[in-house]
Design a protein around this ligand. Structure first.
Ligand code: NAI
Ligand code: 13P
Length: 377
């Protein structure tokens, strides 16, 4: 059931997961006027946040809002929460939902802040949420965009997209997820918004790899540009609106993640490019690196729809140790492909893409010229 927009001030909100993004998002919500309780798995972290207003491991040097509360008791964090924001590693979402389920308010909106797919099922986070909690998609929202946690925690101005199949739900969530340094746009293209966040991680790993090898800006720009085409082809094949992939949740996040040393995906790629083995990289990264877990399921999903993802495939091979990092490159065509199809730059590749483009135009005309994608205020 979709909720009507509630007054922001004092809206009771829970954030599940007190890593870098969960803690930062709790700050965004508290600075926007919501009454926020943050759940941390470790009691000592909950205590540091509750008493010291710090999360020194994940957000060094950041002071958290005085009104932000924290607990390691999931039942207490969720009690009475009208909106529940989830920010745990994607592969642990299911177990966390099973634990949270009995304590959730039946009408609570559930919001995913995560950027992964479930490895065992290939499901998007919003799909896992509605499956496990047995709620309609209209009660679920996702948030994505160029959102490197530490920059936002330092209150650098940033934008994001709140997406739900119900525009009303998206707007209700956006209304509490904004403040003087954080602006939330809305759309109803959940598929595009979620896949944008998942797919840009994979391209960011590729960029990290070529950075680690020592290649320069041409290589990286080629991979970013062709990577966006792969992201768009994939997401559109699963029903996304292409304009979502050109928005904050696609291109916006791709730029931020590919360029920043704050990105864990980019960092993991760079270490691989420098010659470290995957096992050592995983050991060194003590933070969530979603892209490493998403490569397999995304390539399986791509195969199921006949979508070619040469960059992501090269990333898989580097992770598997079957391709030398220096050989990763945007040489994205094979000799036997007909000219003018896969070799064509831009989005319209082949007959199925054309069919989708025509359908899209017709759909937009039926919607009075506004597709479900596109970031709207
Ligand atoms: N850090 C960032 O800049 C952004 C992260 N995200 C997404 O947010 C999600 C969470 O990532 P981060 O907060 O960055 O990760 P993180 O590594 O900083 O924190 C993850 C948190 O989850 C906890 N955790 C680990 N395993 C758990 C389990 N089985 N059950 C419950 N909690 C567990 C950890 O103790 C830690 O507190 C990811 O999907 C990521 O892609 C999205 C936007 C920005
Ligand atoms: O999603 C992010 C920025 O939008 C964070 O990227 P990383 O998970 O690579 O750190």
């Amino acid at each position: 059931m979709a909720r009507a927009a509630a007054p922001v001030h004092g809206t009771r909100v829970a954030v599940v997961g007190a890593g870098s993004w969960g803690t930062t998002f709790a700050k965004i919500l508290a600075d926007g006027g919501a009454d926020v309780v943050l759940w941390a798995r470790r009691p000592e972290l909950a205590r540091e946040i509750q008493e010291g207003k710090r999360n020194s491991d994940y957000l060094p040097g950041v002071n958290l809002p005085m009104g932000l509360r924290a607990t390691s008791r999931l039942d207490l964090a969720l009690a009475g929460a009208e909106h529940v924001f989830l920010s745990v590693p994607s592969q642990s979402l299911r177990e966390n939902l099973l634990a949270a389920g009995p304590h959730l308010h039946a009408q609570a909106t559930i919001v995913s802040l995560m950027k992964g797919v479930e490895k065992s099922t290939g499901l998007r986070m919003s799909e896992v949420i509605s499956e496990v909690l047995r709620i309609e998609q209209e009660q679920v929202a996702v948030i994505s965009g160029p959102n490197l946690a530490l920059e936002i925690a330092k209150e650098q101005p940033t934008a994001a997209v709140v997406s739900s199949t119900s525009l009303e739900t998206a707007q209700a969530v956006a209304s509490i997820s904004r403040n003087r340094y954080f602006r939330s746009f809305v759309n109803t293209d959940v598929i595009g918004t979620e896949f944008g966040g998942v797919l840009k991680n994979l391209i960011a790993v590729a960029i990290g790899i070529v950075d680690g090898v020592g290649y320069g800006e041409n290589t990286k720009a080629s991979i970013i540009t062709r990577g966006l085409v792969e992201m768009t082809d994939f997401a559109v094949a699963y029903g996304a609106h292409p304009e979502t992939l050109s928005g904050l949740a696609g291109l916006g996040d791709l730029i931020a993640t590919s360029q920043s040393p704050l990105s864990r995906n980019n960092t993991a790629g760079r270490l691989l490019g420098q010659g470290y083995h995957l096992a050592d990289v995983v050991n060194q990264m003590n933070q969530t690196t979603e892209g490493l877990a998403s490569v397999g399921p995304i390539l399986e999903l791509a195969r199921a729809k006949g979508v070619e993802m040469p960059i992501v495939e090269q990333v898989r091979q580097v992770l598997a140790g079957t391709l030398a990092p220096r050989d990763i490159a945007p040489h994205l065509t094979t000799d036997d492909e007909p000219q003018g199809e896969r070799t064509m730059d831009g989005q319209a590749q082949g007959g199925s893409a054309l069919r989708r483009a025509v359908k899209r135009t017709l759909d937009q005309l039926r919607n009075g010229g506004r597709g479900a994608g596109g970031d709207r205020p």
